[in-house]
Structure formats: structure tokens, C-alpha cells
Design a binder for this molecule. Structure first.
Ligand code: FAD
Length: 316
């Protein structure tokens, strides 16, 4: 079922979460272990991220360096199929521009339709570690909006090299939104212009980057509504689980950690206390989000369900 329909049918805030495919060499059981403890909260959908291949430099005996492509994590589509089969919930694969030509994107979408997947989260994708900035794949897309257009074309039966009115897909497409702006954007207004474009092109819901200051989410929603963006805005939530995240989260995700939270974390005497402080902060944030009518509380579990389960226990 479409995420928008899940939201329409619900008379309360829903619970959902995102998983990271495990590092290669692990098995589907690792994914199930990350899901099982959270199923009691009835998630109507579960997101699975997608990660582009990266490069490493291999040094040969003669000193020359060879750039070799490698994959760290197994396939998102296979994980989605396994989740849908085992738990009978909707799986939402993340579909990214990086690493895909338009033909490969089309093939991936044909596979997703075949599997009965109704929703996709369309993203540009992160830059590879070996590159400083995002480099599009030759023959692929530069921005999420271009990828979104391709999905919309297929929803209208327009394939890359032929029209297939009998084979229209019907994907419900979500996109990313950044309450604290995307880090490459010169300001929130410019970033917002491109978000609006994604919605005008047909995005039906927005999932936000994580935030720790609820005012940022409220302002973002207000800005969207003032600018005629009326699709559901799903808050993305990541409980802090260790003290290193005070530095790593702002560095990686370009978000602020409020002073009150950073002081609470810094005052902790050990990592267990940090975890507790992260859970406490998130419980308060979730209570407020429910109060203001957030459609879904969407947790970035990083495939570790422990803190999310504690929060959901307190909330649902
Ligand atoms: P875009 O919407 O393309 O925007 C990227 C930047 O370009 C922004 O600064 C925007 O303002 C600007 N821009 C957009 N359109 C134009 C234009 N036409 N002209 C000029 N500038 C423009 N990454 C992964 O690799 N895999 C994942 O599974 C994944 N999941 C994510 C899930 C969520 C909920 C979020 C918030 C992020 C996720 N990411 C993931 C990270 C995401 O790929 C990065 O944040 C990426 O840098 C931007 O993606 P986007 O879809 O927002 O890009």
C-alpha cells in the first residue's frame, strides 16, 4: 500500500524505521534481528537504504596505484523482498542517482514493480568517500528531481525508449527534506526552491534529515505549508547512542545539536548514561511531535533497534 494511504487511514501518529543493509559477509538473519524487536509497534513500512559502490586504491609491487571499485553492502532490493515476504509490511527501497545510468534505473524500477513494491524514496545519494563531491554516473542523473521525473514518466507509461501505456507503474514517491538545509545549498530558501520543485514534479511525501531541535522541524513544516507544499512531512529521528556522535553527527549530517542536549551528553560519566540521555531526549521530542500531529515517527535505527525500542515502548 502507498505510504500516503497508510497515513490517510491512520487516526494517530504511526511508527516506522529505516535499516542499513549489513556489511557484506553478514546474512539476512542480521536484518531480521534488527527488525524483530520493533514489530510490536506495527510499522506500516520499513525503509532500506541504498549505498553506491566506492573505490579503494590498491598498490602494486611496482608502486603503481590501481583504482578498484568495491561494494560494502548487499542489495537493497533483495532485502526489501525478504522483509515483505517475512513481515507482510511495505518495504521502501531508497533509489539513488549515484551509480546508475538511466537504463539501470529503469531496470531497477521494473524489478521493484515486479516485486509489488509500491513506494520508493528518491534521492541523489551521498558522494563516494573517494570523491570530494557528488559525481554523477555518466548517463545517469545529477539531481534527485531528475530521477523523480524518470519515475513519474514510468508512472505515465513513458519508458526511456518506448511508450507502454499498458505497463504504467504506480509508485508513490518520497523525497528528502532538510530542516537545517542541505549542506551544499547556499541558504535554506534556495534549498527549499528545489524541494518545492520535487513536490511539483510529483513527490507525495517528504522524509526529513534528522534534527534534535523540534523548532527546526516546526519551522520547516510552516515554511512548506506557507509555500503550498501540502504533502505529509515525516520527521526522521536518530537517538544519540554514544558520546562520539556529538562530533560525528554534525560532521556527517550537517545538523546542529542543541546546547542543552550536548551539555547533558557531556555531563554523562559513561557510555550507558549517554545512551540513556539520548533516549530521554528523543522521548520528549517524540511526545511533542505527536502533539503537533506529525504523521509518522520515522527512526534511523542504523540496524540497531535497542534505543528505538525503548523510545517506542515509552511512546506507543
Ligand atoms: P537533491 O534533491 O538532488 O539536492 C542535492 C543538492 O542540490 C541540494 O543542495 C539542493 O538544494 C541542490 N539542488 C537540487 N536540485 C538542483 C538543481 N536543479 N540545480 C542546482 N541545485 C540543485 N544517501 C544515500 O547514498 N543512500 C541512501 O539510502 C540515503 N537515504 C537518505 C534518506 C533521507 C531521509 C535523507 C534525508 C538522506 C538520505 N541520503 C541517502 C543522503 C542524501 O543522498 C544526501 O543528503 C544527498 O547529498 C542529497 O540528496 P537529495 O536527494 O536531497 O538531493
Amino acid at each position: 500500500m502507498k505510504i500516503t494511504d497508510h497515513i490517510k487511514r491512520a487516526n494517530q501518529t504511526l511508527f516506522s524505521f529505516e535499516l542499513l543493509p549489513p556489511i557484506k559477509g553478514k546474512s539476512i538473519d542480521d536484518i531480521y534481528r534488527a527488525i524483530d524487536p520493533l514489530m510490536e509497534f506495527n510499522p506500516p513500512f520499513i525503509d532500506v537504504t541504498y549505498h553506491r559502490e566506492d573505490f579503494i586504491y590498491k598498490q602494486h609491487d611496482n608502486g603503481l596505484l590501481e583504482k578498484v571499485s568495491y561494494r560494502k553492502r548487499p542489495g537493497t532490493v533483495a532485502i526489501c523482498a525478504a522483509i515483505m515476504n517475512k513481515y507482510k509490511v511495505d518495504a521502501v527501497p531508497h533509489l539513488i542517482c549515484g551509480g546508475f545510468t538511466k537504463e539501470e534505473t529503469e531496470n531497477a524500477l521494473i524489478d521493484l514493480k515486479f516485486l509489488g513494491i509500491d513506494n520508493v524514496l528518491v534521492l541523489r545519494g551521498d558522494a563516494r568517500q573517494a570523491d570530494n563531491t557528488f559525481i554523477p554516473t555518466p548517463g545517469g542523473h545529477q539531481y534527485a528531481s531528475e530521477l523523480l521525473e524518470q519515475v513519474m514518466n514510468m508512472n505515465n507509461g513513458k519508458y526511456l525508449h518506448e511508450d507502454h501505456q499498458a505497463f504504467c507503474t504506480d509508485f508513490c514517491v518520497g523525497v528528502a527534506g532538510y530542516p537545517e538545509k542541505h549542506f551544499e545549498s547556499p541558504n535554506l530558501k534556495t534549498d527549499f526552491k528545489y524541494l518545492k520543485k520535487k513536490v511539483e514534479l510529483g513527490a507525495e511525501f517528504i522524509v526529513t534529515q534528522m534534527f534534535y531541535d523540534i523548532e527546526k522541524y516546526k519551522n520547516f513544516v510552516a515554511l512548506c505549508r506557507e509555500n503550498d507544499i501540502h504533502v505529509p512531512i515525516i520527521p526522521g529521528l536518530k537517538p544519540i547512542t554514544n558520546s562520539k556522535q556529538l562530533i560525528s553527527l554534525p560532521k556527517i549530517f550537517h545538523i546542529d545539536i542543541p546546547e542543552l542536549l550536548s551539555e547533558a551528553i557531556s555531563a554523562c560519566k559513561n557510555e550507558q548514561q549517554v545512551k540513556e540521555a539520548g533516549i530521554e531526549w528523543m522521548i520528549e521530542q517524540c511526545k511533542e511531535l505527536i502533539k503537533i500531529g506529525a504523521p509518522v515517527l520515522h527512526f534511523y535505527t542504523m540496524s540497531n533497534p535497542e534505543s528505538t525500542k525503548r523510545i517506542a515502548d515509552a511512546i506507543f
